[in-house]
Structure formats: C-alpha cells, structure tokens
Design a protein around this ligand. Structure first.
Ligand SMILES: Cc1cc2nc3c(=O)[nH]c(=O)nc-3n(C[C@H](O)[C@H](O)[C@H](O)COP(=O)(O)OP(=O)(O)OC[C@H]3O[C@@H](n4cnc5c(N)ncnc54)[C@H](O)[C@@H]3O)c2cc1C
Length: 397
C-alpha cells in the first residue's frame, strides 16, 4: 500500500484507523441516521484515540505526524462515516489557530488536552447574513477593562454541539484590520447553543449555531493581537479547511467505489452480473479514474504543505477536484444502483447526501475556480502556505 507520498508509518496508521472505523463507527451508523443528531459518545471515543493531535507537536503530547497523516485519518473515517470524518476535520480547524496564533500559555494550556482527546476545539467564522463574505461579519467584541464582551451569533460551526473550546472571530473595529479572534470556553456565561437543526446529511455531526449574549471573555483569551482575526480565519480555512474537507470527500469517494463494485458484482441480469455490461464497466472505470486523480491531488497538496512548500493553488485544486469528482461519482453510482440505490437500507444514497455537504465549507467550487484564475492571471496576493513555515504566527497579509 506504501505509495509515492506515503511511507510505512502512514500504512500502519491507515490500518489502525480503518480497523477502528469498521469496529466502532460502522455499527453506529443506523443509530446516527435514525436520530439525525450529533453523536456525543462516538465523537469523544474518536477524540480519545489521539487523532485530533496528529498535527500537534510531540512536545505538547501530539502525534507530530503532519498533514498527510491527518488526511489519512480523516479519509479512513469518512470511508465509513462522512459525519465522523467531518467531526475530526472540524476539530483540526480548531487546532490550527492555536498552533499558529496561540501564545506560549495558550499552547501549553490547550494543545495537550486537545491531543489527548479531552477537549474538542472549533473555529467559528460564518454568520447568517454574511456567509462566505468574512469581512461582512457583525458579531462584535468590545473592550471592558481586562475583558472583552462578545455579542452576536455564528452559524454552521463544525462541531458546534460537541465543542469544548470555540475559536471565535469577531469584529473589534472597522475594515479588514478590525477582526480579532478569541478562545471561548463552552461553559462561559453568556454563551449558548441554538437547538440543532435537521440537515440533509452528515447525521452524527453538528454544524450549528453559537449565540453570544454579553459573553465576557478575558483579554488573555485573544489569539494573536487585535486585528489578527482575518489571518486566523483565512489561514485556518485555506491551509486546514481545504485539505481537511478534501480528505472527507476522498473517503466518501472511496466508499462510493467499493459499494458500487459490490453491487455491480452481485446484481444479476441476463444471467450474469451487471458488472459485465459494457456501459456499467465504463461507469465503474470512470469512477476509478476520478478517485485515482482525486487522491493524487489530495496527497500531493498536503505533502507540499508538510514540506513547508508553497501550495495554496494545490490545496484549492485538491478541494475542487475532490468535491466535484466525488459528486460526479455519487451520481453515477446511483445510476448503476438504479431503484435499489434509493433505499435507505443501502449506504449509497447517504454517500450522495454527505458528499454534498462538503461543497460549501472552506470555499465553494466557484470560489476555488475564481482563486485559481487569480493565480493563473498573476493576481494572487501571496501564499498562506509560505507564511506558516516554522509554525510562526502568520500575521495579516
Ligand atoms: C458541513 C459544513 C461545515 C461547516 N463548518 C464551518 C465551521 O467549522 N466554521 C465556520 O465558520 N463555518 C463553517 N461552515 C460554513 C461555511 O464556511 C459556509 O457555508 C461558507 O462560508 C459559504 O457561506 P454560505 O453557505 O452562507 O454561502 P454564501 O456565502 O451565501 O454563498 C452563496 C453562493 O454565492 C457564491 N458566492 C459567494 N461569494 C462569492 C464571490 N465572492 N464570488 C462569486 N460567488 C460567490 C457561492 O459560491 C455560493 O454559490 C460550514 C458549512 C458546512 C456546510
């Protein structure tokens, strides 16, 4: 299994995560699909494997294995359950901001508890009115002595209902230098959660609403300095969000191929499996081809990230290729299954629903294409991937 980018350590990790996912996650899928709500116990159980700490250095109790290993963990969980892959990817977003913007005390306080699975972090940027327009946000923090007082609300926050530590980007002043980021513990007075809304898929995961009503947060909870909020949001989204969501798509895509091959090999028409029909072979070959290309783009991008090389375009392309090709393959897989694919007793319709959830976060496909066009036209404004080398604070561009 060792490939061009992966080594023996990655293979051992993959087997460990795959065995866990088959043993502990797969049996719980019917429950998650039936209740359509967040699965607290399973989320905690996964966190306790230490996998949230895969990019956290060993000096903080993390695995120190980097982004390719992180991709493999998320991919293998998503192969069984997109929602649990999404849970790990969202936690990883929460890790990014502490690694790159946390001060020594914040790192010492939070990274070890995240690495051990006792704390699930999030990143909360999106608001209902502003969506992907980060600078349009209105949730505010106003200085009051040694504290800041937060008011407003955030939506679609990954791990909203299991998170222990929210990384919240808010407005502290006007313009692009007027955003700042704070660590907000989930038990802080003035912080509440809106009830979880029903969604099309990713059942078991939560991406809900955080409410801040005169929520008092010590100034020492600020990440970086006042004005670093935009950099916290962008770097988390571009460097971690795109690669993490790529990995979720990749795992779902792998599951689509496996399930489709299984079905086409056992569904008999005209006295032979439908996998013998030319058009079905064409479709399976196309899914296989897309998956191979998708995996290459995913692994290549995070390999560059691990090497500290510029790779913003590769990360965008990996998200674009993985999301779009998993959706294309999901549709083709549904066509191969025909009426059988509509049954909720089978997983194939779940893969289609879950794959769609990966489209919006960390930039829709339109946004990735626009950014790639800017790169091609020579109009890109520097690479976030270059600025995180050495784990130093990134600073606003
Ligand atoms: C599963 C999931 C997990 C998520 N996790 C998090 C999280 O952990 N933290 C968090 O803060 N948010 C999270 N989000 C929210 C996510 O970041 C937003 O969905 C995203 O920013 C887009 O916002 P929106 O959905 O409101 O779409 P909108 O911003 O309303 O976009 C609507 C449409 O307009 C297009 N559009 C928008 N801007 C432009 C532009 N400049 N040029 C051209 N077209 C444009 C978009 O492509 C899209 O088709 C998550 C969302 C999902 C679905």
């Amino acid at each position: 299994m060792t490939g061009y980018f992966t080594d023996d350590q990655h293979d051992v990790l993959r087997k460990e995560v795959r065995d866990f996912a088959e043993r502990e996650v797969r049996p719980r899928i019917p429950e998650m699909e039936a209740t359509k709500t967040v699965h607290h116990r399973l989320s905690r159980m996964i966190a306790r494997q230490g996998w949230l700490g895969v990019t956290i250095g060993r000096e903080y109790g993390g695995m120190g294995m980097g982004h390719l290993a992180k991709t493999i963990i998320i991919e293998e969980l998503s192969r069984v359950s997109g929602s649990m892959g999404a849970m790990v990817q969202a936690s990883q977003l929460g890790v990014a901001k502490i690694i790159h913007f946390g001060n020594a005390v914040q790192k010492k306080t939070w990274l070890p508890v995240i690495a051990s699975g006792r704390c699930l972090p999030t990143i909360a940027v999106t608001e209902a009115a502003s969506g992907g327009h980060v600078l349009g946000m209105q949730t505010s923090a106003v200085r009051d002595g040694g504290d800041y007082i937060l008011n407003g609300h955030k939506v679609f926050v990954g791990n909203s209902h299991v998170g222990d530590l929210h990384g919240v980007v808010v407005r502290t002043g006007p313009g692009s230098k007027g955003l700042s980021a704070f660590l907000v513990e989930a038990d802080r007075p003035g912080f509440t959660l809106a009830p979880q809304q029903s969604t099309m898929g990713l059942h078991g995961f939560s991406f809900g609403e955080l409410l801040f009503n005169d929520c008092r947060v010590p100034a020492t909870n600020m990440l970086g300095t006042e004005g670093d909020g935009l950099a916290v949001a962008y770097s988390s989204s571009i460097l971690y969000g795109r690669s993490n969501l790529t990995a979720v798509s990749l795992g779902i895509h792998q599951a689509i191929l496996e399930e489709t091959v299984r079905h086409a090999s056992t569904r008999v028409l005209y006295g032979k499996p439908i996998s013998e029909l030319d058009n079905i072979k064409q479709k399976i070959g196309q899914i296989q081809s897309r998956l191979m290309t998708a995996r290459l783009t995913a692994y290549h991008a995070v390999h560059l990230l691990d090497q500290g090389m510029p790779c913003d375009a590769e990360l965008m392309n990996a998200k674009l290729v993985n999301v779009e090709s998993a959706l294309d393959s999901a549709r083709e897989a549904m066509e191969i299954h025909a009426a059988a694919g509509l049954s909720t007793d089978r997983p194939i319709e779940r893969y289609l629903r879950d794959a769609f959830h990966i489209f919006a976060p960390a930039g829709t496909s339109d946004i990735q294409r626009i950014r790639l066009a800017e790169e091609a036209l020579g109009r890109s404004r520097g690479q976030w991937s270059e600025r995180i080398v050495g784990g130093e604070p990134i600073g606003v561009a």
